[in-house]
Design a protein around this ligand. Structure first.
Ligand SMILES: [Cu+2]
Length: 971
């Protein structure tokens, strides 16, 4: 029996990140103002009061069509990421066509089943349309004997779907309840469950046979036995969203001579009805892209899909839903478009053997306590990216971060430059040991597996309409689904519904987020990686996050050798461990939309214009820095480090109990121009054009509307804080907004918390520049920074970092580097590449270094380049080779940096054109939030109606707002 590292959730001990702090999203209580313009009561828009006509609901299920799914449950090893976290006793569902016998002589019998090699373990996603019945033919192929005593004792199983109507009898419930005859089945047994769906939405699918077990934390849910049923509108058709390069070639139309057809822009002309020829891994004659065959059998269960409302080959609709299918609202005026569907299944209490022995309470009882809160324990779609294993891999010299001397701590954990895309699976995981049981150092993986589904990244093209089907399959915790740089209406059929980028979900809960303002890229057409994650930081740090990648160039998939390794000339992602790079899936375009251009040597498409170096932290964005403190824009690619407070040459596991500090002694740095490299400037020029003549996926130069098939990008020139996607833009590409500037600094102080004198020595808060000195000398009472803007303000936010580069060990947390801080904001519009206040995916590191980090890097670069003097004294002083720290021009701190965020406070109109405003907006550091949230580092932007003036509610004195002269720092 393989002893598994069982989750014990909340030990009260000295943890990586001390106190569990839940996010407080509504902090408006400390607002000290009132708006003179009375916020208008949302006027009844012409159809606000109108009755929303639901789709007809028959009194009893009346199957307009019967969709069939042949589903099996079986035992499957589930590996969660490339560092090696694994559930050797995983249990899952799959379509029968996607599994095979382990021992072919025994056939497909219980206990002898595994996924076919092309199929990555993912939760099962089944689809049906409203009005359909879904007939699930289920066979339990679980091993009659448990693989592990963490598996539930019962080996019975079923398929139960939350929220769908049962058809036929109660036997479709998949349960053993009350006096009903059980509809569970034992190993080898079969049952048929039939469900009816009356409306669009999404539903958790799971087995009710073992809902508790393994310490009472979820039974078979914790082992992976769950999925989702997504219900689409009547008439919807479903296609795969991402495939391999070989598959998109097979799904490209050919002329009579068999030559692949191309659009005028050299894109493949897509045949959405293509079928596999013989000689492929999947059955000849079955559809490549369509998820349903001609006999209504579900043949693809991908998490991601393209959903159309008509056939892509329909001459007039080209995949659109018939006009009026969806009720329009002014944050998403065109809801009848085809859309990309991402199934996002949160699950917690996962069973995982951790990547490294240090997490194991029996092998390392002391350090396991420190590491407990940063295990791989929270997941999405069977993938996880916990911070603990990433930091240990860096310290141990394994995985893509093995040589990242500049990777210190929490700041690199979400950067694909440093860690690769999240939840990649590889041929040799980073925790592989040698025959003596010792960790094998250095690079080991040679390829990323499953090129159609290589990572926890959901892909779309700019301007794609997107719906996320979010489900919670975990047994106990609640989560906050928070998405960067995009928003949705809670109920898009109601134009007065809440405008959100964060939404709570509890066990078995499910909702759809229909992305507003045209979907991918939001209103200002921002390409790049938008992370989504649980906003409870302990869950985030334990791996609960994914990326949504908006592409600005066509992705035809990475060409692979027969061994599955990217060819030397192929387009592929760089990697710190795998020299050949890692595959990009072929992203099937939505029909009827203008395609992004094929990448070329001038415009290479995201992320290839970001001048990062794989295996290291990326540079700061171009045009982002107001004051660099003497340290210009750069990438560190080598050098020598020291560990712990004592600056030891080697990482010491015993010291790590209390101290994860890491210091750069020498640094090899590559200069990157502040105004951008030639490649970056070409990308800026591309995005500065609003329209790019293009084609739809059938080769047509016109859209279904009859307009030219122009691919739309931002259309405004590069500007500080928004080099690619100026947020201060209207919906036709013209400049918008009233300028407003704030200048803020993050400071550390010993903050008193009550009259008894309780105080916290490492309080870290944001204040405006003029308030830095009075707050530090005690003449001003510290309070959370609440600042204001009116709808239609274009905010330039100066972010200065005056905080030490280390959070020292105290009663709550271990010693940790906090060398960089960012100002991540919710709800407003921004360029996700340069004002995300974060370093997510292949984006830049949009942060501001600590003054001490600036000085440390300057000293390390000087030492590497043999400059005379630690801080000055060389004839080359002031050059990139021998940088010299500078005092901040206003705040005087040596080495202090100021960077820029640019935000547009756009309107939120109901259908009566009344602006409901963005309301109160949360903003916080995103590089060390698990450390900083409980230390006080958060702020709020209060949004008032356009044209408001702001008065002190007690004195009546007007202090800001439209037309009122502000302080130099905006206060
Ligand atoms: Cu959570």
């Amino acid at each position: 029996m393989n002893p598994m590292n069982i989750n014990r959730q909340w030990h009260k001990t000295l943890l990586f990140f001390g106190v569990v702090v839940l996010m407080s999203l509504a902090l408006a209580g400390s607002a000290h103002a009132q708006a003179t313009a009375v916020e208008p009561t949302p006027a009844p828009s012409e159809d606000t009061q109108a009755v929303i006509v639901p789709e007809p609901t028959p009194a009893t299920a009346n199957c307009e069509r019967t969709i069939k799914a042949d589903v099996v449950a079986f035992d499957q090893v589930i590996t969660y990421n490339r560092l090696g976290a694994v559930n050797p006793a995983g249990m899952m569902y799959a379509l029968r066509r996607d599994v095979k016998a382990v021992d072919t002589t025994r056939g497909l019998v219980a206990g002898n089943v595994t996924l076919k090699p092309y199929k990555r373990p993912r939760p099962l996603a089944l689809r049906m349309n409203a009005g359909d019945c879904l007939e699930v033919t289920f066979q339990n192929l679980l091993d009659p004997n448990r693989a592990d005593d963490n598996q539930p004792a019962t080996r019975t199983a079923a398929v139960h779907v939350v929220g769908l109507q049962l058809v036929g009898s109660i036997q479709s419930d998949g349960s053993n309840v009350g006096k009903n005859t059980s509809s569970l089945v034992g190993p080898g047994g079969s049952a048929t469950y039939t469900f009816y769906a009356e409306r669009e939405g999404n539903h958790l699918l799971y087995s009710t046979a073992a809902t508790t077990g393994g310490e009472g934390n979820g039974g078979s849910l914790a082992m992976g036995l769950f999925g989702a049923v997504n219900v689409e509108r009547r008439g919807a058709q479903w296609f795969r969203s991402q495939v391999t390069a070989a598959e998109i070639a097979l799904a490209t139309k050919k002329d009579a001579a068999g030559v692949a057809l191309k659009t005028g822009g050299n894109h493949p002309v897509i045949n959405y009805d293509a079928v596999y020829p013989s000689g492929q891994s999947r059955t000849a004659g079955t559809p490549i892209l369509r998820m349903l065959d001609a006999s209504n059998n579900i043949i693809h269960s991908d998490l991601n899909a393209i959903i159309t409302g008509s056939s892509p080959s329909d001459a007039s609709l080209k995949g659109r839903f018939p006009a009026g299918t969806y009720r329009a609202n002014l944050t998403e005026p065109d809801r009848d478009q085809p859309f990309r569907e991402f199934t996002v299944i949160y699950h917690d209490e996962i069973k995982a053997v951790q990547a490294f022995d240090e997490f194991d309470e029996e092998k390392n009882p002391i350090l396991a306590h420190t590491l407990h809160s940063v295990r791989d324990a929270f997941a999405i779609n069977y993938g996880t990216g916990g911070i603990g294993a990433e930091i240990l891999a860096n310290r141990f010299g394994v995985g893509p971060m093995a040589k990242c001397n500049d990777c210190l701590y929490e700041e690199f954990f979400l950067s694909a430059w440093a860690v690769g895309d999240p939840a990649q699976l590889v041929d040799v995981p980073a925790n592989a040991k040698d025959s003596l049981g010792n960790l094998r150092k250095g690079a080991k993986a040679t390829k990323v597996l499953f090129p159609d589904d290589p990572s926890n990244v959901h892909h779309s093209y700019m301007n794609d309409h997107v719906k996320m089907r979010v489900v919670h399959a975990g047994p106990s915790e609640h989560h906050i689904h928070h998405l960067h740089a995009h928003q949705w209406l809670h109920t898009p059929d109601s134009d007065n519904s809440s405008y959100l980028d964060s939404q709570a979900l509890g066990p078995s809960y499910a909702f759809t987020t229909e992305i507003a303002h045209g979907g991918s890229g939001n209103r200002n057409k921002t390409a790049g990686d938008s992370i989504f994650h649980c906003h409870f930081y302990p869950h985030f740090a334990q791996g609960m996050w994914e990326l949504w990648r908006t592409h600005d160039a066509f992705e035809a998939g990475t060409a692979l050798t027969t061994a599955g390794i990217p060819t030397s000339t192929s387009r592929k992602l760089p990697d710190g461990e795998i020299a050949a790079g890692t595959p990009i899936p072929a992203l099937i375009p939505l029909p009827g939309l203008a395609l992004p251009p094929m990448p070329d040597t001038t415009f290479q498409g995201f992320p290839f214009y970001i001048p990062g170096v794989a295996g290291h932290r990326p540079p700061h964005p171009p045009l982002d820095t107001v004051d660099d403190g003497g340290l210009p824009r750069h990438v560190i690619v080598g050098g020598v480090v020291a560990h712990h407070e004592e600056q030891l040459p080697a990482f010491d596991l015993n010291k790590a109990r209390l101290d994860f500090d890491k210091t750069l002694i020498t640094a090899q740095a590559n200069a990157v121009p502040e105004a951008g490299t030639a490649t970056e400037q070409a990308a800026m020029a591309f995005h500065a054009l609003r329209t790019h003549a293009s084609y739809t996926s059938d080769g047509s130069a016109t859209l279904p509307s009859g307009l030219a098939a122009n691919f739309i990008t931002n259309g405004r020139p590069a500007v500080k804080g928004a080099p690619f996607a100026d947020p201060c833009v209207n919906d036709t590409g013209a400049a918008a907004g009233v300028a407003r500037t704030y200048k803020a600094a993050n400071i550390q102080l010993d903050m008193k918390l009550n009259k008894a004198g309780w105080h916290f020595p490492q309080s870290r808060i944001s204040v405006l520049w003029d308030d830095v000195t009075p707050t530090l000398n005690g003449t001003r009472t510290p309070e959370p920074l609440f600042f204001r803007a009116n709808t239609n303000d274009c905010v330039t936010f100066y972010h200065t970092n005056l905080v030490p580069r280390v959070y020292v060990q105290d009663d709550f947390q271990v010693r940790t580097p906090t060398d960089v801080m960012g100002q991540h904001i919710h709800l407003v519009k921004f360029d996700v590449l340069a004002s995300d206040g974060a370093g997510n995916g292949w984006n830049y590191e949009d942060g501001t270094f600590s003054p001490e980090e600036v000085i440390e890097r300057i000293h390390a670069i000087r030492k590497f380049n043999n400059c005379v003097g630690v801080a000055s004294g060389d004839t080359r002083d002031g050059t990139f080779t021998c940088p010299v720290a500078r005092a901040h021009p206003t705040l005087k701190t040596l080495g202090a940096q100021t960077t820029v965020q640019r935000w547009y406070v756009d309107d939120v109109l109901n259908n009566g054109r009344v602006d409901r405003t963005l309301r109160t907006v949360f903003t916080h550091d995103h590089f060390g939030p698990s450390t900083h949230q409980q230390a006080g580092l958060y702020a709020g932007l209060v949004v008032e109606p356009a044209g408001s003036k702001w008065r002190n509610p007690e004195t009546g004195v007007t202090f800001g707002g439209a037309g009122v002269a502000a302080r130099a720092d905006g206060g």
